[in-house]
Design a protein around this ligand. Structure first.
Ligand code: NAD
Ligand code: LMR
Length: 340
């Protein structure tokens, strides 16, 4: 039987397609465990109040022992009140032919306002995952507007979908189940400049753990199609579905938060976009995807240090840094213009 006090977990954009896919996974214990009661707070915009209410009713009808309450709200102050974990998904998705940064002007104001709402209403220990695109820069904006109340270490953006995509591509190439692949890394932005890096990954093949690079044995693939497939995967999904990824995005959001809550397995790192502390020469303050481990008791992440970065990798790190600096400057200018 569930024992501890319920966690208050916020999902924004809960009437949208990722929202619909994510709430069941959270509610049934995939993220916080089967013994942890939760109260789910669903936030969307006022025109979607009825759809949101429908999601709430369906969640009640799931009769889940871990779900101790569902609140459907369209007001930020109510939505962010006393929150322990926030999945910030609500934002406009891109359409065919767009880059994610084309969403900046439309979405950045949402994250300015939600940064302020986090500061004013949520617990200071709240852990925040930004999914809405452009995710890294939206997280930077939310952290900036919550500064002084909520530590910047509590903000993250989602590159776990890219991480999962990279592991899946290696598994397909080597011919092993994806569970046999660990320690891939996504560096930088959740965009087409990201650097999916197989060079520190391991693969279990025929019962032995070996370097993924040896198992793959095809350097032109590692430096070519592997990288471009992961970089462009979101666009390919949009081209085929005419909608952006939702099932895989929801699964990745749950993976990200589960590892933050419980910690990463021993000997394994995951990719999280977090506020740079200057590691690997990445300018401080950018929200940049790094290889991280998480200690489950303190719920603090640490950037894995000392990974070898060769000239090829360095040029990739630099390119995604440059894009993030440009996005940051554009976003902060847009925030200045927005009066709220
Ligand atoms: P969607 O259009 O189906 O749903 C978005 C929902 O957000 C809508 O219900 C909308 O009303 C709501 N919303 C808009 N503004 C809001 C606000 N201020 N407060 C609360 N809710 C608000 O979109 P989706 O497919 O669910 O995608 C959501 C976002 O996630 C998009 O920006 C998309 O590009 C992004 N995304 C990111 C990743 C990633 O890996 N980081 C992966 C997939 C999608
Ligand atoms: C993805 O990676 O699938 C999402 O960020 C959606 C997109 O716009 O590509």
């Amino acid at each position: 039987m569930p024992s501890s006090a319920p966690l208050r977990v916020l999902v924004t954009g809960a009437a949208g397609q990722i929202g619909y896919a994510v709430v069941l996974q959270i509610a049934k214990g995939d993220v916080f465990g089967n013994d942890q009661p939760i109260v789910l707070v669903l936030l969307d915009i006022p025109p979607l109040a009825a759809a949101l209410e429908g999601v709430k009713l369906e969640l009640q009808d799931c009769a889940l022992p871990t779900l101790h309450g569902v609140e459907a709200v369209t007001d930020e102050a109510a939505g962010f009140k006393d929150i322990d974990y926030a999945f910030l998904i609500g934002a406009m998705p891109r359409k065919e032919g767009m880059e994610r940064k084309d969403l900046l002007a439309a979405n950045v104001r949402i994250f300015k306002s939600q940064g302020q709402a986090l500061a004013n209403h949520s617990k200071p220990t709240v852990k925040v995952l930004v999914v809405g695109n452009p995710a890294n820069t939206n997280a930077l904006v939310a952290a900036k507007y919550a500064a002084g109340k909520i530590p910047e270490q509590n903000f993250s953006a989602m590159t776990r979908l890219d991480h999962n995509r990279a592991a899946a591509q290696i598994a397909l190439k080597v011919g092993v189940p994806v569970g046999n692949v660990k320690n891939v890394t996504i560096w930088g932005n959740h965009s087409s400049t990201q650097f999916p890096d197989a060079s520190h990954a391991k693969v279990v093949k025929d019962g032995n753990e070996i370097d993924a690079i040896s198992a793959i044995n095809d350097n032109s693939w590692v430096q070519g199609d592997f990288i471009s497939t992961v970089q462009k995967r979101g666009g390919v999904i949009i081209e085929k579905r005419k909608l952006s990824s939702a099932m895989s995005a929801a699964k990745a959001a749950c993976d990200h938060m589960r590892d933050w809550h419980f910690g990463t397995p021993s000997g394994q790192h995951v990719s999280m976009a977090i506020v740079s502390d200057g590691s690997y020469g990445v300018p401080k303050g950018l929200v940049y995807s790094f290889p991280v481990t998480v200690d489950g008791s303190s719920k603090q992440w640490k950037i894995v240090q000392g990974l070898k970065i060769d000239d090829f990798a360095q040029s990739k790190l630099n390119a995604t840094t440059k894009e993030l600096e440009e996005e940051r400057d554009d976003a902060l200018a847009a925030c200045e213009e927005s009066k709220q």
